[in-house]
Design a protein around this ligand. Structure first.
Ligand code: ASP
Length: 310
């Protein structure tokens, strides 16, 4: 049974633009077409690459900028049939970090490459270059920077305070996908520009297998979004998959993992999941999560809420 779930990130999605919804649904279409050519792995890669190219989400072309005004992108992908995985962190020049993550998985002996080493691999495979940030994103950078400078304490503590004050305004638009194909194979992928105004060199959960992305055919697949520092500390995506492995439904697994996380690290996050029977869930402690899913015979629609966990 082919099933594909996509998300456009936790955060500010109370009333997403028509374009954001359209691109999310287009990512589903692209992923579903990829099922026909390949597998769950192809579907998640193509769906995420579509969102990276759209410029609407905080990934690829539309990525958030770090404290120096530079985009540093993270992404990862995992094949649940073999537990093979690939990931990249802090890449500055690559338009589709998810494709680079796939290359790391397929063409190297490694799982995670960062910075210049990752970019070298991208140039060997002639991946497309990331265009410079648009004028509006540079303006957004200046606005956010002056807001941040107004009120020390300086970096992350203040940033996280702003997350709390604005109910997730500082986090939005990371993209991810999870899929189950007709052969029972599961896959997951996640891609992001990370948190706005992060310190240069910061790597978030989206680059880390087990934190932002995980897939295991015996249980399920999960992609996470939200404050990466929290997801890393509880290995959020692996936690969700482990619960499904123990027989929890995707909904119960997502709810349990997010509840546990809230008790340990009270910061906004969200997850999407699919299990090996094709059950689907989306849950969030953030106010919103933009997501959708495709299953044969059902009409997909863009949703701004899943199961809200508090
Ligand atoms: N999890 C991402 C990060 O911390 C951000 C997000 O999901 O919006 O890099």
């Amino acid at each position: 049974m082919d099933v594909l779930v996509v998300h456009g990130g936790a955060g500010l999605w109370r009333s997403p633009s028509r374009r954001a919804k359209r691109e999310l649904l287009a990512a589903l279409d692209v992923g579903v077409a990829a099922f026909r050519r390949g597998s769950a792995l192809e579907a998640v890669e193509e769906a995420v690459a579509h969102m990276e190219n759209s410029g609407v989400f905080n990934a690829g072309v539309g990525s958030a900028l770090n404290l120096e005004g530079v985009a540093e992108l993270d992404a990862s992908i995992m094949d649940g049939s073999s537990l093979r995985a690939g990931a990249v962190g802090c890449v500055r020049t690559v338009r589709n970090p998810v494709k680079l993550a796939r290359l790391v998985m397929e063409h190297t002996d490694h799982v995670l490459l960062v910075g210049e080493g990752a970019e070298l691999l991208a140039s060997v495979f002639k991946l497309s270059k990331l265009p410079p940030p648009s004028r509006s994103r540079r303006a957004e950078y200046r606005r956010r920077l002056s807001e941040l400078l107004e009120k020390p304490p300086f970096f992350m503590e203040r940033n996280i305070e702003l997350v709390r004050e604005h109910g997730g305004a500082f986090l939005y638009g990371t993209v991810g996908a999870v899929a189950l194909d007709d052969n029972g194979n599961l896959a997951a992928a996640t891609s992001t520009g990370g948190l706005w105004l992060k310190l240069p060199g910061r790597v978030g959960d989206s680059a880390l297998i087990g934190c932002g992305t995980y897939a295991d055919n015996r249980g399920g697949a999960c992609s996470a979004t939200g404050v990466g520092e929290a997801a890393i500390r509880v290995c959020l995506a692996k936690r969700v998959v482990d619960l499904m492995l123990r027989g929890f439904s995707p909904r119960r697994a997502c709810r349990t993992a997010l509840r546990e996380m809230l008790e340990l690290v009270n910061l906004p996050n969200a997850v999407i999941a699919v299990d090996r029977r094709g059950g689907v869930a989306a849950a969030h402690t953030s106010p919103h999560l933009l997501w959708s899913y495709w299953r044969r015979g059902e009409q997909p629609r863009a949703r701004t809420r899943g199961l809200h966990v508090s």
